[in-house]
Design a protein around this ligand. Structure first.
Ligand code: KG4
Ligand code: ZN
Length: 314
């Protein structure tokens, strides 16, 4: 995993170099500074926020704080060629699945509403933990995806627990524990990376994770009648998840928006785009007062961020 103290120091070391390089490559003058203010590791966030605030203050540029999740939510609207973000189809059902979050949102032009979420681990976290037990390195999602492409997803029976009291929420801990138990009962030779057992297991685990993520989708679509579906976050790079969402969209006549793989994982393009949209709506933050927040708290300007009743009662 990530060691918080080391992550902060690496941010401090890498940021000035990265910003210099970005300024060298930029096609025009900088007009706005957007910075992730949360949620996340507080030390790493503080390094970014103080750096951005000083940069904006010294250059007399407007500064906008961006919620990391809002960045993911707008990422399916972006392209890598520098074009402006495409307009948001609305209403749109959007899945954010990363190493820290797994939630479904309803996106409308004036609001973001979280409709359902994981009750325990995030999807990426469960890929990472199972991959770690298999000795596949960190993060484990990409390695599992690669192995799964040549495996049989029916080969290993894994549980897909449901939450009867919260049909829009889902859970990964039971699946993760069952998967880790399965690995521990196998010998290292049986699980070698050139054998079929590991590939079949990876495919079976991936299918179960994707089933869990998509479990609330039919009910969400019935309730909210979206015109489009979107997915973002590191796990939105997953081959099976992308295929299942595209198939579901085709079958139900919904447009499906998936970010380019390079924009699924954490990136600055999505933060810049979210900051630009917020600034266009009148948002500006004071560089002397802006602070980082470890938890989800940002209120996009002119937007309501309502939590579902189920989430509120947790
Ligand atoms: O959004 P992200 O870059 O960082 C967070 O905000 O957490 O997501 C990283 C997560 C990791 O858990 C990683 O294993 C997972 O995304 N991931 C994948 C794939 N690529 C990255 N999981 C499954 N399949 C992939 N192809
Ligand atoms: Zn992220």
């Amino acid at each position: 995993g990530v060691v918080p103290e080391l992550a902060s120091r690496e941010h401090l070391r890498a940021l000035p170099m990265m910003v210099d390089r970005a300024l060298d490559e930029a096609r025009g003058p900088v007009e706005l500074v957007a910075v992730t203010a949360g949620p996340g590791l507080i030390g790493a966030l503080l390094v970014g926020v103080r750096f951005a605030a000083a940069f904006a203050w010294a250059r007399r540029l407007p500064l906008v704080a961006v919620d990391h999740l809002e960045g993911h939510l707008v990422s399916p609207l972006l392209s890598l060629d520098g074009e402006a973000a495409r307009p948001e189809p609305e209403p749109m059902l959007a899945l954010v699945a990363s190493g820290g979050h797994s939630s479904w949102y309803l996106m409308e032009s004036d609001s973001r509403r979280r409709l359902g979420q994981t009750r325990d681990d995030a999807a990426g976290e469960s890929f990472d933990k199972v991959a770690q037990v298999l000795g596949l390195g960190y993060p484990g999602g990409p390695a599992m995806d690669k192995l799964a492409r040549e495996g049989d997803s029916q080969a290993v029976a894994l549980p897909r627990p449901q939450l009867p009291d919260a049909p829009l929420d889902f859970s990964f801990s039971g699946l993760k524990s069952a998967a880790i138990r399965w690995v521990r009962t196998r010998g290292a030779d049986e699980l070698s990376t050139d054998g079929t057992v590991l590939r079949d297991f990876a495919a079976s685990f991936e299918a179960a994770v994707v089933d869990q993520l998509l479990q609330p989708l039919p009910e969400l679509a019935r309730r909210h009648r979206p015109v489009a579906l979107a997915a973002s976050g590191g796990v939105a790079a997953n081959t099976l998840l992308r295929r299942r969402l595209s198939d579901w969209g085709r079958e139900h006549d919904l447009e499906v928006l998936l970010p380019a793989p390079a924009l699924t994982t954490d990136n600055a393009v999505m933060i810049a785009a979210a900051g630009q949209a917020a600034h266009a709506l009148g948002r500006e933050d004071d560089p002397r007062r802006l602070d980082a927040r470890a938890r989800e708290a940002w209120q996009p300007p002119g937007m309501r961020r309502c939590e579902s009743a189920a989430s509120e009662s947790r």
